[in-house]
Design a protein. Sequence first.
Length: 198
Amino acid sequence: MAKPKQAGVDKSLTSAQQRLSELWEEHVRYEFSTRNTEDTLATMVEKAYVNHVPVLTGGSGRDELREFYSKRFIPQMPPDTEMTPVSRTIGEDQIVDEMVFKFTHTIPMDWMLPGIPPTGKRVEVPLVAIVRVRDGKLAYEPIYWDQASVLVQIGLLDSAKLPVVGIESAKKVLDPNLPANELMKRADLMARSATKDI
């Protein structure tokens, strides 16, 4: 199951920033560890919205979010889901959390892969959540990831023929020393090869 970040006091944060961090961690714990829809919703304002930007899944308002969390998100989280923290930026009323999201696609995941049956493939993808807080609760969550990378890893896109990568994007986020510009180098080789064939 997902391993959310552990709450703790960070001496570099103001008390208001610490409360934002704890609220977000509580929300994530209810989504991934206790897997409780009502507790998840209790951390959110009445008219909150969630938007998984690459596929436009989520919801707006308590009723839509209850439906989404209870049927399409919480029960459709693979059992080996894990999140590796990369960075967290906390402002006065907003958190930006960068992580690598990891799972094996063993169950339907309508929230990320609507209509795609389980492939059994392992996926690791960088993910960024931007969380706005209002009146001590979460107000909105646009969440971004590279859907092309996910589709490469489950075998629906061929990275050899397109300017996309698979697990390499997650590996590069976790290790900035890995090589950059590999797709451009590949394109240059292909262009030189095509010129020779003329």
